[in-house]
Design a binder for this molecule. Structure first.
Ligand code: RB5
Length: 151
């Protein structure tokens, strides 16, 4: 699986650890950075990763900032991207089963390496359930294409 990975300055240490882990798993990693001493604005990184997922240059995206929140807000502006910050395994599992979460946002300030790896394992191993959840994702896609939604 091609996984596009990006972080801001707060997430860069965890990003390197996570990339090493993904590489050990044999996943294809596209690393968009960023390693900046001066800080980098999370919208720049989130947009770079989300643009690639939206354009099918990667199947999954992994975004890391201090909280995961800013990254998720930006990434969800891109059609076809379903991003959320998740800090526990159950949340990741449900986000995969129900929401087909294709961009996982991690909080480097809250989540250590071991937990991050557990979250990533669940995210990679859990399948989307489809069925009624697919119908709901189609409604999200309709909002993306029309800019509005009517039931
Ligand atoms: C950067 O200071 C911080 O705002 C960022 O890493 C992230 O937490 C934003 O949501």
């Amino acid at each position: 699986m091609r996984i596009v990975v990006g972080s801001d300055h707060r997430g860069s240490t965890l990003r390197h650890k996570v990339i090493a882990y993904l590489s050990r798993l044999g996943q294809e990693v596209i690393d968009v950075g960023v390693d900046s001493q001066n800080g980098v604005d999370y919208p720049d990184v989130a947009a770079e990763v989300a643009r690639r997922i939206s354009g099918s240059e990667g199947e999954r995206g992994l975004l890391i900032c201090g909280t995961g929140l800013g990254m998720a807000i930006v990434a969800n502006k891109f059609p076809g991207v379903r991003a959320a910050p998740c800090h526990d395994e159950l949340m990741v599992e449900i986000a995969r089963r129900h929401n087909d979460l294709n961009v996982l946002c991690l909080a480097a300030d809250l989540v250590g390496e071991l937990l991050a790896i557990r979250l990533i394992d669940v995210w990679l191993q859990t399948e989307f359930e489809g069925g009624r959840h697919a119908r709901r994702l189609q409604k999200i896609a309709q909002i993306e294409s029309n800019g509005h939604y009517r039931k």
